[in-house]
Design a protein around this ligand. Structure first.
Ligand code: SPV
Ligand code: MG
Length: 541
């Protein structure tokens, strides 16, 4: 595609009638381009209006420059900026031309009035015109300043607007053309095109002539084509139609206090995203950003009653027992959410209707009385899990510090478990616990080398024990299939219906898979007995 300056030059010099359509910001420029226009009119009136100020140089020239830069960034077609009077004398004009070139604006049109100017349609005859020689100097300075030979400077003649006749307009036009103008814009505020037609017929085609038929809009475009005009500028209809639409929409919303009446009349938000090029950014993100890791999910196994707690669990399972003012399960939910695990599935069974904390997915194991943890886990996996995220499996009846699941999530391995080195406490109290033997005991070297589980059981000999499993298992997304298959083959054997998690671990190990161990010490509590409930409350007091 040719440079924008070259494109504009071609439009101006082509032998056929061309059109520039007004735009006043990035999105309107894009809309003009998508409609198929070959060029854009950066209207001074419209740019001022979108700022909410008057067309009297109230917006500074650098503010206009900012807007036109957004317009140029948003489009591939050339922009002819309405540069008013050049915002000063010849020196300001030179700087303007350079700045426009730097911002990929293809050309500028300056009008022979005085700074600060007023829009031609507001009391035009009262507006003094520039001195011809002074204006010629401005054109020359602009042409001398441009670095790109194809940058265009259009000289706009306001003689008709100011009430002067054809001869005055032609005299100015000749002088401006001789000073180097690439085209003449002959402006008129009449309802009929006769002024501009007379100008064109007497001009002798010394250089291309541009018109703005805002007031003589009823003239068939064929007339302009036949008379050999170079460009017609539709100077402000984009802005005006936007104002019509905005007024209608906001008035309706104000009256109805509801969006129903307008929703189908306006573009969807998706269309705004398209115009902004949101899809390109998404593609670029895939290319340049590190892959986005979906936060881990959690599965909390909470189907059993907790018989040891007797009457405390007569009407609700132990995960719903109050500890420090809220259900035991709620403590887990808080901890997980604090480490950004928000996708939480709870498997419930006993008195399931009482397990009703908000913001979690529930999966029911209605056969809780005759089944074990592996079946509950299988139900959870079947219910919702896909291999898009890692997940942590844990029991619902434990209290823990959030760093424990957090460390598991950060550990790069298919299966990771947390093991408490203070296993003697449980052993001394003769409580049920899952003890582990590992590839190394917890020592300084174990801190630097990965440790793996070799066996897990409730009845290991004391000398074989390296710690107690805390009830947490992190599974990497890539190991989901393996976990599903292993569970399926175990549970296909009806003897395993009541099986617990250690069977899963030992089976995986037997099959040659590794279960990484993270040693930590304390900071968790398994709530199994009345004594545990008391201790748990004490933890928070
Ligand atoms: C503009 O669009 O700002 C113009 C053209 O200068 S007109 O408003 O028709 O004078
Ligand atoms: Mg203007």
């Amino acid at each position: 595609m040719p440079k924008k300056t070259t494109q504009l030059k071609h439009l101006i010099t082509s032998s056929q009638l061309e059109f520039l359509m007004e735009a006043h910001n990035g999105i309107s420029a894009k809309i003009v381009e998508e409609a198929g226009f070959k060029g854009i009119w950066g209207s001074g009136l419209s740019i001022a209006a979108q700022f909410g100020v008057r067309d009297n140089n109230e917006a500074s020239w650098t503010q206009v420059l900012e807007v036109v830069e957004f317009m140029a960034d948003a489009t591939q077609i050339p922009i002819l900026l309405d540069g008013d009077t050049g915002y000063g004398d010849f020196n300001n004009m030179r700087r303007l031309v350079n700045k426009l070139e730097q911002r990929a604006v293809a050309g500028v049109c300056i009008e022979d009035k005085l700074f600060p100017k007023t829009n031609s349609f507001i009391d035009g005859s009262a507006q003094p015109l520039a001195d011809i020689q002074e204006f010629c100097g401005k054109i020359k300075a602009g042409k001398d300043a441009q670095h790109d030979d194809d940058f265009c400077i259009v000289a706009r003649i306001e003689a008709f607007i100011a009430g002067h006749g054809l001869e005055a307009a032609l005299q100015r036009a000749r002088a401006y053309q001789a000073a180097g103008a690439d085209a003449i814009l002959i402006h008129s505020a009449r309802r009929t095109p006769y002024e501009v037609l007379a100008f064109k017929q007497n001009w002798d085609d010394r250089c291309p002539v541009i018109i703005v038929p805002t007031k003589y809009y009823a003239t068939p475009t064929e007339v302009f084509r036949e008379d050999g005009f170079s460009i017609v500028i539709w100077a402000n209809q984009t802005l005006r139609s936007a104002v019509t639409a905005m007024q209608k929409t906001v008035q309706t919303i104000k009256q109805r206090e509801n969006l129903l009446a307008i929703e189908d009349q306006i573009v969807p938000v998706a269309e705004i995203f398209r115009l902004q090029g949101a899809a390109e950014l998404q593609k670029a993100e895939q290319r340049y950003l590190p892959p986005r890791v979906k936060p881990a999910a959690a599965i909390i196994l909470a189907a059993s009653r907790g018989e040891q707690l007797r009457e405390l669990t007569a009407t609700k399972p132990k995960v719903m027992l109050e500890i420090a003012g809220k259900p035991l399960l709620a403590h887990s939910l808080v901890a997980y959410r604090e480490i950004d695990i928000k996708d939480i599935t709870v498997v419930r069974g006993y008195q399931k209707n009482t397990v009703n904390l908000p913001g979690v997915h529930y999966v029911d194991n209605d056969d809780y009385a005759n089944s074990g943890e592996l079946l509950s886990l299988q139900k959870a996996l079947n219910a919702k899990f896909t291999s898009e995220q890692d997940f942590v499996i844990c029991y619902g009846d434990i209290l823990f510090k959030k760093y424990i699941p957090a460390i598991l999530c950060e550990t790069e391995a298919d299966f990771v478990i947390a093991v408490d080195t203070q296993w003697q406490e449980s052993a001394n109290r003769h409580r049920l616990a899952d003890y582990v033997t590992c590839t190394q005991p917890s020592t300084r070297t174990a801190f630097f080398q990965p440790v793996y589980l070799t066996h897990m059981a409730g009845d290991l000999a004391a000398q074989a024990i390296d710690g107690e499993w805390m009830g947490f298992l992190k599974v990497k997304q890539t190991a989901l299939l393996l976990l599903r298959e292993t569970l399926a083959s175990l549970l296909a054997d009806s003897r395993h219906k009541t099986a617990k998690m250690p069977l899963l671990f030992n089976t995986l190990i037997k099959q040659g898979y590794q279960i990484r161990v993270i040693y930590t010490t304390g900071h968790w509590l398994d709530v199994d007995s009345l004594e545990d409930v008391v201790n748990a409350n004490a933890l928070f007091s």
